[in-house]
Design a protein around this ligand. Structure first.
Ligand code: ADP
Ligand code: MG
Length: 682
């Protein structure tokens, strides 16, 4: 049997070097590529009753040619061929543009099939397709392919047909019988055939079902395989804490844990205690209590003789975390250190020495934690906060500091589950989907820009109550200048208006990190009443006295980002507000603003964001780690994704798929896809 992934296209009759080159530009180099290059849509040539076809839509009719075709030429190379057709009890006018050669094919009295755009009022068809005789049922749905150069749809069809004839029997079934049976899936060869040449909707549906499952299953097998080798890699440490001791710590907390916190603590502690390597993503909305959970894990590590490192994106955040950890952990004889770039000279040397000697249990810091000069005594647990701010390589360096410590990535960006199990498919995911009791909703309003004056007086009212406010201006990717300009203008407006009364501050990406920190500190210390900022302020800084968040041109942001920004307020005991200033032009834009006013739940918003913007845009950048699927659609087919994931987990972890001959075909396919030779994912 031939391996289709290695057979070049030139094996097919009619494909020479030239054609192969054009195919190559479409990413098609092998017979396998050609067969898996499915149409991206289907043209529907099925006959329907003329009376039900809407004006302006596509139509296919079968009838008799009533008049000799006439051709009128005009302009350069432009022509119109016209004739009358009797069909469905009506006389229709048929026009073909720029296909004068059809004249010899259209013969008076012949039965023909015509497809084109239907002008109901004039009983006319602007035709694009002509065929003598009646179209057979098999031809009524026609796949449309992506094209390059002078390649035509017909040509691709011909080559695919050819390839199927010659090599169709070499398409192996790879999904085990039990799963085919369980889900009533059609065979692989059949599915490929029907995706290219469906005869009806049901064909197409069954073919898609089969291929969507296959794509997701292969992808999830790959992810679960990576997960397994990551978890079981040698040297995974065991943090064998004393359960009773940990319980005492949890009971001493100033509040009871929410049930969601309890659940993720159990998940994390299970990982710590086992010799397996933890590689876990902890998601939880802003304020859901991730830091406390992190403190529990670090407590467990410290009491078992391991050090922990907590890495955060900014110095001020590091200080905040260190402060709250000292408060929580010092009573239990656990030493917390803070390492940032402002810890210098002798103090720094001392700190590093303590760390190296194991006299510090927990170290909190920024990127400073991964510099070469930092040597750990026995690093057992690494936690990063706002994980998306760290690059892949930084995370790896941190991990390599110890002997493969357990790793927990915390993020406050709610990621819809479908995306989480795809983009972070090789990690375990824990979710805190519940806020501590008694939290107030942040009241959110959407107003148009012409309400700006009233918004400013609203800000003034809050300031007069002793509170503080943020005004956020969007990042305009193409032009950082413009972006800064927005913030500058707003700042100037407030500065003029408030002269001597209130103090605005201005923050943007062009400032030096030290200046940004100084500004944040001034805001924190209430020396600034209203901080006007571009999105650099997004990172989780805690200023509980801020009760007002104004977002300028809010429709430029994704829902998740808006939610993230809104989470900067509502951290104290006073009622907080968020005002979205926006004049969205599209319905989707309006809908997004409305959703923001309706819910405070980050996961609900992230699901809606995914629906509205699609997976590609969700993370803002294209390099999101989300694979492109050929047939499957993550949003539309998410149920299948879940099912495939469960099956993959079972196959990899319990059925020993990789060594069990029953699953040889699947294992071979993964091998062909390069899964086993690929370096481990990070
Ligand atoms: P996150 O890091 O997820 O944004 P934090 O851990 O900073 O959230 O918690 C936000 C606030 O809520 C903190 O003041 C924390 O002390 C408090 N908190 C955390 N868990 C609970 C709980 N179970 N009950 C009441 N308050 C809590
Ligand atoms: Mg936090």
């Amino acid at each position: 049997m031939s391996n289709l992934t290695r057979l070049p296209l030139t094996e097919l009759k009619g494909i020479g070097e030239e054609t192969a080159k054009t195919f190559h530009e479409l990413g098609i180099s092998t017979i396998y590529d050609l067969l898996w290059n499915f149409p991206y849509r289907y043209e529907d040539y099925r006959m329907r009753d003329l009376s039900v076809v809407e004006n302006g839509s596509r139509i296919t009719v079968y009838g008799e040619v009533l008049t000799e075709p006439t051709v009128a030429f005009y302009g350069r190379k432009k022509s119109k061929l016209s004739f009358r057709l009797s069909a469905d009890g009506q006389i229709l006018k048929i026009d073909f543009f720029n296909q004068p050669y059809l004249k010899s094919k259209v013969t008076l009295g012949d039965a023909v099939t015509i497809s084109g755009k239907w002008d109901k009022n004039r009983a006319q068809i602007t035709a694009s397709k002509f065929q003598s005789g009646q179209k057979s049922a098999e031809e009524s749905l026609e796949g449309v392919y992506r094209l390059k150069g002078n390649m035509r749809n017909k040509t691709i069809q011909k080559h695919v047909k050819n390839a199927l004839q010659l090599f169709g029997n070499d398409i192996p079934e790879i999904i085990p019988e039990e799963l085919l049976d369980k889900y009533q899936l059609i065979g692989r060869k059949d599915a490929v055939l029907k995706l290219h040449f469906p005869t009806n909707d049901e064909d197409l549906k069954q073919a898609r079902r089969r291929m969507v499952y296959e794509e997701f299953l292969l992808f999830q097998l790959k992810m679960q395989y990576f997960r397994k080798i990551e978890r079981e890699r040698s040297g995974g440490i065991q943090i064998d804490y004393n359960v009773q001791e940990l319980r005492e710590y949890i009971e001493a907390l100033p509040f009871p844990l929410t049930s969601a916190q309890k659940r993720v603590v159990n998940e994390i502690c299970g990982d710590l205690k086992s010799h397996l390597h933890m590689n876990r993503l902890l998601q939880g909305d802003v304020g859901s209590g991730k830091t406390v959970v992190a403190s529990i894990a670090m407590f467990a590590a410290a009491k078992s003789g391991f050090q922990s490192a907590l890495m955060v994106p900014t110095e001020i955040l590091a200080e905040q975390h260190a402060d709250s950890l000292v408060e929580l952990l010092a009573p239990f004889d656990i030493t917390v250190g803070l390492l940032t770039s402002s810890v210098k000279g002798k103090k720094r040397r001392e700190l590093l020495l303590l760390l190296e000697n194991g006299e510090i249990d927990i170290i909190v810091g920024t990127h400073a934690l991964i510099q070469d000069e930092v040597i750990y005594h026995r690093l057992g647990l690494v936690i990063t906060d706002e994980q998306h701010r760290f690059g892949v390589s930084q995370r790896r360096v941190l991990r390599e500091k110890g002997e493969y410590p357990d790793v927990l990535f915390m993020t406050a960006t709610p990621i819809p589950r479908t995306l989480a199990i795809t983009a972070f498919g090789e990690m375990d995911v824990s979710i805190i989907d519940e806020l501590p009791a008694g939290r107030k909703n942040i009241e959110t309003f959407w107003v148009k820009h012409d309400m700006l004056e009233r918004v400013i007086s609203f800000i003034e009212k809050e300031i007069e109550k002793g509170h503080q406010a943020y005004v956020i201006c969007p990042l305009i990717e193409e032009s950082e200048k413009l972006d800064v300009q927005n913030a500058v203008d707003f700042y100037n407006l407030l500065a003029d208006k408030w002269r001597g009364r209130h103090t605005p501050g201005l923050m943007h990406g062009k400032l030096l990190p030290a200046d940004k920190d100084a500004l944040m500190r001034a805001f924190h210390d209430k020396k600034i009443d209203c901080l006007v900022s571009t999105t650099v302020v997004e990172v989780g800084v805690n200023v509980p006295n801020a009760t007002m968040m104004v977002i300028y041109d809010a429709d430029r942001f994704g829902l998740s980002q808006l939610h993230q920004l809104r989470g900067r307020v509502g951290r104290g005991s006073s009622q907080s507000y968020c005002i979205l200033l926006a004049d969205p032009k599209t319905e989707v834009g309006k809908e997004r603003m409305t959703i923001m006013t309706e819910t405070n739940d980050g996961f609900v918003l992230s699901e809606r964001d995914l629906e509205l913007r699609g997976p590609g845009d969700f993370f803002g950048k294209k390099q999101s780690g989300i694979p492109e699927f050929l047939v499957a659609d993550m949003v539309h087919d998410y149920r299948v994704l879940e099912v495939a994931r469960t099956d993959a987990l079972l196959l990899i972890n319990e059925k020993n798929m990789l060594t069990n001959p029953e699953y040889r075909k699947l294992a071979e396919t993964l091998d062909e896809l390069g899964v086993f030779s690929e370096q481990k994912l990070d």
